[in-house]
Design a protein around this ligand. Structure first.
Ligand SMILES: CC(C)(COP(=O)(O)OP(=O)(O)OC[C@H]1O[C@@H](n2cnc3c(N)ncnc32)[C@H](O)[C@@H]1OP(=O)(O)O)[C@@H](O)C(=O)NCCC(=O)NCCSC(=O)C[C@H](O)C(=O)O
Ligand SMILES: [Mg+2]
Length: 271
């Protein structure tokens, strides 16, 4: 699967073997083995070994990524070496604030980097981070970003909207994939669905997740539904080139391109 087709990207602590086993039964598009904030300091080495073992065993057709700790921590160097040797498809670098950080990790890991933007400085540097040769995609780290911006935990996402849009703009200008942040309230299904829909409408390719129950909703919201695919097929069939009327609206060549991209996405995510 191409990265930009991924709808549901599930984080789990690499220290949690039950969650690793569970991920192999889920319809998520990417499994992300976390070595950073979800893993306590005392078990980082054990989690690293688990992540390497889990990546080697694989996750079927799901993509696999490992999130490492930031530079300046004792785990950063050994984790880069482990990820380089591992079967993971991507390395996730948290708290990125410069293109140089991506360059350093890419040169050691030799894996495409998914850069997390989690601070005001990261948002302001997003264009150069996204344009780095090693950057394959951008993730929003909305928990850390909210804290860095001084937005209270109880507030909605209004205060984040400029940052979200500006990071999407940076990612699109660099032609890399971009994914929305996690939703923490595990029992708020309606809130989660609304946040997925809002993220989709902003232009995110998919959503990062923290629990199995979030996977089907993300797949539904970010995956084209059967109606959209049928519309796209009819549009392609009807188009003859140039501006014309199609089912009461104007279409041109770009609408045909868009319809083809939607069908490609639908085919990529078909079970
Ligand atoms: C949030 C959790 C700690 C909740 O755990 P718990 O209440 O124990 O979950 P359940 O009992 O509901 O679990 C039911 C079964 O599902 C499995 N499970 C749970 N979570 C996952 C998962 N993420 N992936 C795969 N499987 C999962 C359990 O093992 C149970 O299975 P079984 O026993 O076989 O029935 C927990 O969900 C969790 O740890 N989530 C992930 C946390 C994480 O990875 N955090 C880091 C990423 S968040 C982030 O990046 C923030 C960002 O940096 C920012 O700044 O915004
Ligand atoms: Mg974070």
């Amino acid at each position: 699967m191409l990265l930009r087709h991924a709808r549901s990207l599930l984080f789990l602590p690499a220290s949690n073997r039950r969650a690793i086993a569970k991920a192999r039964t889920l319809s998520c598009d990417m499994v992300m083995l976390d070595l950073e904030d979800a893993v306590a300091d005392g078990i980082k080495e054990e989690a690293r070994a688990n992540a390497v073992e889990a990546a080697a065993e694989g996750f079927g057709k799901r993509l696999c990524a490992v999130r490492i700790n930031v530079e300046g921590t004792p785990w950063h160097g050994p984790e880069m070496v482990a990820v380089k040797k591992s079967a993971a498809n991507y390395v996730i670098l948290p708290k990125v604030e410069s293109g140089r950080q991506v360059r350093d990790v890419f040169s050691v890991c030799q894996k495409p980097v998914l850069a997390m933007i989690e601070s005001a400085a990261g948002v302001l540097a997003a264009a150069s981070i996204a344009a780095e040769e090693g950057t394959a995609g951008i993730f929003m780290g909305t928990n850390d970003l909210r804290q860095d911006l001084g937005i209270p935990p109880s507030a909605g996402r209004e205060g984040l909207s400029f940052a979200l849009q500006s990071v999407i703009l940076s990612a699109r200008a660099a032609r890399v994939a971009v994914f929305d942040g996690v939703f923490n309230r595990l029992d708020d299904e309606a809130g989660f669905e609304a946040e997925c829909a809002a993220g989709h409408a902003l232009g995110f390719d998919g959503k990062t997740l923290i629990h199995p129950s979030q996977v089907p909703v993300a797949n539904q919201v970010f995956g084209p539904d059967a109606q959209a695919v049928a519309d796209a097929r009819r549009l392609i069939e009807a188009a003859t080139g140039g501006a014309e009327r199609f089912e009461g609206r104007m279409i041109e060549g770009m609408h045909v391109e868009e319809a083809r991209a939607l069908i490609a996405r639908a085919e990529a995510v078909m079970p």
